[in-house]
Design a protein around this ligand. Sequence first.
Ligand SMILES: Cc1cc2nc3c(=O)[nH]c(=O)nc-3n(C[C@H](O)[C@H](O)[C@H](O)COP(=O)(O)OP(=O)(O)OC[C@H]3O[C@@H](n4cnc5c(N)ncnc54)[C@H](O)[C@@H]3O)c2cc1C
Length: 628
Amino acid sequence: MAVVETALDWDYVIVGSGAGGGVLAARLAEEGMRVFLIEAGGDPQAAQRMPDDCEVPAFHAFACENPALAWDFYARRYSSEAQQARDPKYRPGQGVLYPRAAALGGCTVHNAMIFMPPHDADWNEIARMTGDVSWRAEHMRRYLQRIENCGHRPVWRALHHLGLDPTGHGWNGWLRTEKSMPLSVVRDDGLMRLVLGTVGGFTRRLPTPLLSAWRWLRNGLGDPNSRRRGGGSFEGICYTPLSTEGHRRSAVRERLLDVARRFPQNLHIELDALATRVLFDAQGGASGVEYLKGARLYRAHASPSGQAGSRHEVHAQREVILCGGAFNTPQLLMLSGVGPARELRAHGIGVQVDLPGVGRNLQDRYEVALTHRMSRPWEVLAGARWERGDPLWQQWHATGGGMYGSNGAAVGVVSRSGAAATPEPDLFCMALLARFEGYFPGFSRLISGYDDHLSWAVLKGRTRNRAGTVRLRSADPLDPPLIDFAQFEEGTPGAQEDMRAMVEAIRSLRALTAPLIESGWIAQELQPGPHVQSDEALAQFVRDTAWGHHASCTCPIGPKGQGGVLDSTLLVHGVSRLRVVDASAFPRIPGFFVAAAIFMLAEKAADMVLAAAHGTPTSVSDTRPGGL
Ligand SMILES: Cc1cc2nc3c(=O)[nH]c(=O)nc-3n(C[C@H](O)[C@H](O)[C@H](O)COP(=O)(O)OP(=O)(O)OC[C@H]3O[C@@H](n4cnc5c(N)ncnc54)[C@H](O)[C@@H]3O)c2cc1C
């Protein structure tokens, strides 16, 4: 096949326009660098149900299943077939659906938009591990402020102009953040009972309810992102901040389009282009990327084209930066000869650098859902047909209000389980006005099929398991990789503690829902169901149904000898001018939701890349090797 060389030389070639790559590309272009951004997906605004599936917050599940964007990976949760087959979401021989978006903006165009930066401890741990203090939380805070344009703390927004701001929020960044529930939905009686019941039930179980209520008021009235100095990590009842503007999804895609419009000479976005290999110069440094041009080439696509695409090469004068996400970045590194030598040779791939950590250390949350049928439909969903033009769409379109302006999260609870690994809270539970039981083909139909369901989603953060893997299925870049999360007992030590935390979370949620069941507002617990009561039975329910959707850590920062792939400036060990900037770079999965952490990582990466370009030290001015 003939190779088409792109005519111009670029400073940077970036692969992937998602949470990592999109943010980085936009910042570098804005700072005057010339960036060639390769994205395997398109920007299918005219496809069926588009742009609504992406723009309307309540439609995010439909965005996940919209064939114009969907890359459907199938992952194993367990290598044991007997255990794997107990998951009702499992497709024999294939795995369990793990949705990703291949589109301008990556998974930020279909995700649930929840914006929750990680705990300080996550950054401090990277600083401790690497000896690079530029990762410390007090330094990372400035990236949050560069990113966020907080729209849900109006009083502090006004006061910050006077120099008063104890919240830690950003007010002038490119990402607008808002509350998940527009005020217009509070008229729903059932919804109010759910929220008040949760608040009451939670508060009554606290050892010092009054003191806790005072702290909650002082710390931001349920704003989980409030970071008062000395206030510690947020715990308690919270609302869910979303990256929306006027209750319309707005994130990385919009950021990229804005920068491309303002700096057209600096940012070239190459859509429908699948990177297949990093190119190296004679000294072994990264010099460019080979890619295949064509729509829907990758076989994870919901409807792959079956075409081979045309081969292109693009060269970078400064660096190549991989941002394909936790599955694709390790795949691309391995296809380029950077990875575990034995595995590469088994696929007939020449070894550029033997880097055993590539594709190891895969981590995710553990998530399960408790689902319930209410005794009557949610009033706020009256008239919902989940499509353009229905009464709720009209309301959302006119004002941003109503349930379609929300991702469905009515109320959240952040808490620390008795089995937490660190002092930070490790459980996030969220009440959704929908039926949601994880990801399987057609899962979005559960959302549109019921207007009288309540799901409490349990999300276990700070999981201990690091045993998951991403391995090559073949040397063919069109084949998705093999993914195995090796959950619970198949994973690294700590499975029992993680399981204990999950069981504890289910019991706590049952205590919150019990009054609603007694008073008849909840007609029935559907899943796990009232017959599932003992610790063992609950643990088996968790083992059989748990999923995750924040896959991370497959090319982690860390010393090579300990499975690390990147140094503290995100450069790949043993290859000059090659970095990784996406979810795969974290050594441990951060916080409760990963997108905000990736945005922060990408803004920091931009500083490090620019510092390298300008020949200045790559870390903050007070960096002292080992000097923490
Ligand atoms: C259903 C779902 C809901 C979620 N909800 C939330 C949420 O509410 N809050 C939150 O914080 N997180 C959420 N997440 C997680 C979060 O969105 C992702 O973890 C995050 O977007 C990952 O960022 P990334 O940069 O690593 O990869 P991505 O955002 O996935 O971007 C990778 C990009 O690279 C492209 N790419 C990959 N390989 C190649 C290649 N070879 N050539 C060219 N392009 C390539 C892909 O097409 C994609 O556009 C959710 C995830 C899912 C799946």
